[in-house]
Design a protein around this ligand. Structure first.
Ligand code: MTE
Ligand code: MO
Length: 313
């Protein structure tokens, strides 16, 4: 994000909206075909649309349409593979996500190391349709599968000293060549305050559109925090640590004046290099207004009631 000059952003956005127009038509044809034929795929469906997609709803709770699967899985931020959003899908296709373990420790009574299969067995996967808004002012609506992060945290029993949760992505420069770049402090790390992490909206996701996560989406397990900028939703997690001090994320380390710890979606606080007042919904023309807390204000505003969100950006 930080390394993209604003002069580079505009041409890419124009290019993308043209490309997404094509995708949008295909998806529209696909969804009307699904309605008409009770789930039978028609020849109008784009060839690369997986046949096993689960489409249980067509919109989120605000009535916003789901972003087509093709867009969700071909326009990704995952700097371990590439800084080009269009390149991540192909560069990540052989990423080895099995076996996979997630170590949960730090200030807890019951540290645990979960195999990914144990996680699937232990925590009931639910579907949640969430908007995810990138700090670069684009957004998508995605049907995620996953389970509340709170369920896993309760299992390990945080001690009274635990105030924050720190997350870490796999470190493996052979598979994740972006980690050879000296621009960033690897592995990718993120953090939440413990009460934010315990909010029911924060989930650990293992799938989307009814399929297990593809590598570009953060397989096999990633965080989704829908009221915060997308960079908080860390991918391919191997470590979750309860800590006493506010953790430093990769983005805070890279550019502390641009990326704060809280990173709540806030149309009133601009990024130093661009406005956050509006956003481009992938697959749509034009822009739409950005909502405070990405539209989840009722659920999460209590977490920040005594804080100045211009200071704590
Ligand atoms: N490990 C890791 N996690 C990451 C990133 C990354 O580069 N590496 N990018 C973040 C950013 S900036 C965004 S917007 C979201 C994008 O998620 P998506 O590609 O599934 O839409 O992932 C976040 N998680
Ligand atoms: Mo992002």
């Amino acid at each position: 994000m930080i390394k993209i000059r604003s002069s580079e952003i505009t041409p890419e956005h124009i290019y993308l909206s043209r490309r997404k127009f094509m995708v949008g038509i295909g998806a529209l044809a696909a969804s009307s075909a699904l309605l008409a034929a009770c789930g039978t795929q028609s020849s109008a469906v784009k060839e690369d649309t997986p046949k096993d997609l689960k489409i249980s709803a067509t919109a989120d709770e605000l009535g916003d349409a789901l972003t087509p699967f093709e867009s969700v899985t071909n326009y990704n931020n995952f700097y371990e593979f590439s800084t080009s959003k269009e390149a991540v899908a192909s560069l990540s296709k052989d990423f080895k996500t099995s076996p996979w373990t997630v170590e949960v420790g730090g200030l807890v009574n019951k540290p645990m190391t979960y195999g990914f299969e144990d996680i699937l067995k232990k925590f009931t996967q639910q579907e949640r349709i969430y908007r995810l808004r990138c700090v670069e002012a684009w957004s998508m609506v995605i049907p995620w599968q996953g389970f509340p992060l709170a369920e896993l945290l309760k299992e390990v029993e945080p001690t009274s000293q635990a105030k924050y949760v720190r997350f870490e992505t796999l470190y493996d420069p052979e598979q994740l060549p972006g980690q050879n770049s000296a621009w960033y402090t690897w592995p990718y790390a993120e953090g939440l305050r413990l009460d934010e992490a315990m909010n029911d909206l924060a989930i650990l996701s293992t799938g989307l559109y009814g399929k297990e996560l593809l590598p570009q989406s953060g397989a096999p397990i990633r965080l989704v925090v829908p009221w915060k900028y997308g960079f908080k939703s860390i991918k391919s997690i191997v470590k979750i640590e309860l800590v006493a001090e506010q953790p430093t994320s990769l983005w805070m380390a890279a550019a502390p004046n641009e990326y704060g710890f809280y990173a709540n979606v806030n149309p009133m606080v601009d990024h130093p290099r661009w406005s956050q007042a509006s956003e481009r919904r992938i697959g749509e023309f034009g822009r739409r207004d950005t909502l405070p807390f990405n539209g989840y204000e009722e659920e999460v505003a209590y977490l920040y009631k005594d804080m100045d969100l211009k200071v704590n950006y």
